[in-house]
Design a protein around this ligand. Sequence first.
Ligand SMILES: Nc1ncnc2c1ncn2[C@@H]1O[C@H](COP(=O)(O)OP(=O)(O)OP(=O)(O)O)[C@@H](O)[C@H]1O
Ligand SMILES: [Mg+2]
Length: 349
Amino acid sequence: MTIIDETAESPGPQETGRPLLEVRDLHVEFSTRDGVAKAVNGVNYSVAAGETLAVLGESGSGKSVTAQAIMGILDMPPGRIPKGEIFFRGQDMLKMSGEERRKIRGNRIAMIFQDALSSLNPVLSVGYQLGEMFRVHQGMSKKDAKAKSIELMDRVKIPAAAARVNDYPHQFSGGMRQRIMIAMALALEPDLIIADEPTTALDVTVQAQVMDLLAELQREYHMGLILITHDLGVVADVADKIAVMYAGRIVETAPVHELYKRPAHPYTKGLLDSIPRLDQKGQELYAIKGLPPNLTRIPSGCAFNPRCPQAQDVCRTDIPLLFPVTERDGGELVGRGSACHFWKETIHG
Ligand SMILES: Nc1ncnc2c1ncn2[C@@H]1O[C@H](COP(=O)(O)OP(=O)(O)OP(=O)(O)O)[C@@H](O)[C@H]1O
Ligand SMILES: [Mg+2]
């Protein structure tokens, strides 16, 4: 598939080894009746081509708002970005013109949402909606666009794609609809896909299939992938690294398997203890007591302190930075960070 790369004439420093996407000290707030809700409070993360970052955290931790800021689809107002940078191939998207951002959003970064049924148009066939990507963005003829749509439906393993291309969204199962969403995201061969809870609405077994498919395509196309989830179990096998969010901050980052083996933040520990099991499908997280804070009144110090079994005085007064996490003997642990004053006690016991 040939795509005109509209961002090619402005080469970013990606060639010099910078990541595909780099979010730096991002802040997002919303004006609400209650006051200013500080939804994102200094998020830093990055994704390289061919890399999968899982962003994990309870409801309301700012996962989606961060993604919306990247995509440029925040409601503004009431939303506002008082501070931060979002580099895509080395260029700060927050400093681009609306037109430049639209080009990137349409062609280079794609997003997959949780709810395929409400993202697809119920009165248009799936083939028409897929084909629209090629007709609108690449000026393809109707006939070619339809052929492309069938090819894509095959790619995402929809059985009998040619026979089903004229079917409507409601004629597909939830899992198949989510595959169609993946196909739409892939259509223009983006550099980066942001998948926001792409499997949450699906059965556990179908979840795994869709996640495996996404991971397979990500490898094949060598895309960056940001996988947003509140379910650690779902991303364990597909992510390279994890960023755990709480009250709009990253509280822990780690390569995925290390995070599982040795969490360095009490919040991550709590999440790990509450991974849903097959026989407990649909239950809420229960291991961590209490609720996430009201974002108009985030507790002083560490936002997690009222719920933390390890909290001490300093946790109620000082906001912990993301400290580099090291081995007991000081040895380097690449890519590990914890925003806990007591990360040493947490990881080394
Ligand atoms: N348009 C908006 N106006 C006001 N507040 C908003 C708006 N959009 C998001 N928020 C608030 O920002 C906070 C973070 O929301 P966000 O959607 O990022 O959470 P999340 O981590 O994605 O949670 P979930 O797992 O439920 O999807 C929430 O408290 C939410 O109510
Ligand atoms: Mg969300």
